[in-house]
Write a new protein. Structure first.
Length: 182
């Protein structure tokens, strides 16, 4: 089991503070009314954290991450198919592909590879450290926004990214020599 030490609590608090630095200051969001939606968006990281703890506690000891991921993707497909059909957002993949379909396939491949690494990270480093990957996802979103969409950010965003990395460094379990359970 993971031990929640003082420096790790500080790391978690820093990660949350970084999110607040993006949401709360006047110069960070284009419209202050968007802050409510960002806060609602924090439901997703809470869900991921719950998943991390559940996987750490209930994952069969010798389970294969590929089989776990296949089960997760099949369950997700079963749950989302009615929603996709009801909203008319189904994407047909049997016609000649345009750029959209190729980008979708790339995102699917990245998602699969990332989730396989994530499942292993929970075993290797524990659910608390694995949860910190959400902060790297946020930072990646900022970087890709700059590269792909030419976005420009306020100083608050850059300070928040620095705080995110400081928080991740404090949560890092390397000092504790977590033994891999395999």
């Amino acid at each position: 089991a993971e031990v929640l030490r003082g420096r790790r609590v500080i790391g978690i608090v820093l990660g949350f503070a970084a999110v607040m630095m993006i949401v709360l200051p006047e110069a960070s969001l284009p419209d202050p009314a968007m802050a409510v939606w960002v806060l609602i968006g924090l439901v997703a990281p809470l869900s991921y954290s719950t998943e991390n703890v559940f996987l750490a506690l209930r994952r069969p000891p010798a389970s294969d991450p590929v089989i776990l991921l296949c089960g997760m993707l099949i369950a997700g497909t079963i749950m989302l198919t009615p929603v996709v059909w009801a909203t008319g957002t189904w994407v047909e993949l049997w016609h000649p592909w345009a750029a959209t379909e190729w980008w979708m396939m790339l995102l699917i491949a990245i998602n699969i590879a990332g989730y396989l690494m994530f499942l292993e990270l929970i075993v290797i480093a524990g659910p608390l450290f694995a949860a910190q990957t959400g902060y790297f996802v946020t930072a990646s979103g900022v970087v890709f926004g700059i590269i792909i969409f030419g976005e420009q950010h306020s100083a608050w965003i850059w300070i928040a990214l620095g705080v995110i990395f400081a928080g991740v460094a404090l949560v890092n379990p390397r000092q504790e020599r977590v033994q891999r359970v395999r």
